[in-house]
Ligand binder design. Sequence first.
Ligand code: 5GP
Length: 194
Amino acid sequence: MKLLEERIRRDGQVLDGNVLKVDNFLNHQVDPDLMFAMGEEFAQLFRGEGITKVLTVESSGIAPALLTGLQLHVPVIFARKHKSLTLVNDLYTATVYSYTKKVSNEISISKKFLGADDKVLIIDDFLANGQAVAGLIEVCEQAHAEIKGVGIAIEKTFQRGHELIKEKNIRLESLAQIAAFENGHVVFVGDKES
Ligand code: 5GP
């Protein structure tokens, strides 16, 4: 998606440890117009799949997931990373190791929002080693829900996540695919050929 690639080139900052900082438009300050365009793109890609729920994990997945749900006219569920007083019983849970924060979180969703009749589209902001998506896949499996695909805003193709999803035979669509970081610059898949 050209619009997202251009925005990453303009506002993304490459940090140590293969981390891209995008707090200008996605991870802290959020650009609603860009989120809307991303939602349209995901919806177009997955419209034929009969999606009944969009699933993400708080907090940075919520914006793109919500705008996708808006286009598909289906509810959006975000898995929570912290147990709340009102979220205690009847939960599907999975443990997720955070790439950027280097800590493990238990993510949970209420059983009442996901079931065997659901066809799920998983959305997240980044795909690195695939732990966040693996946790979301795990809660879908616990609910016996059908996973129709994974939509990622920014994929770092040189990390393990891509492989992990493909091994499970799940459709993966990423709006921007990063091939490498070179001297503090982002190289997208496709840059080298052009
Ligand atoms: P994974 O579970 O695939 O290893 O990492 C996915 C999660 O880690 C994403 O939900 C995102 O929050 C965070 N993450 C991974 N890589 C990056 C990165 O390069 N930049 C930012 N801002 N977040 C990242």
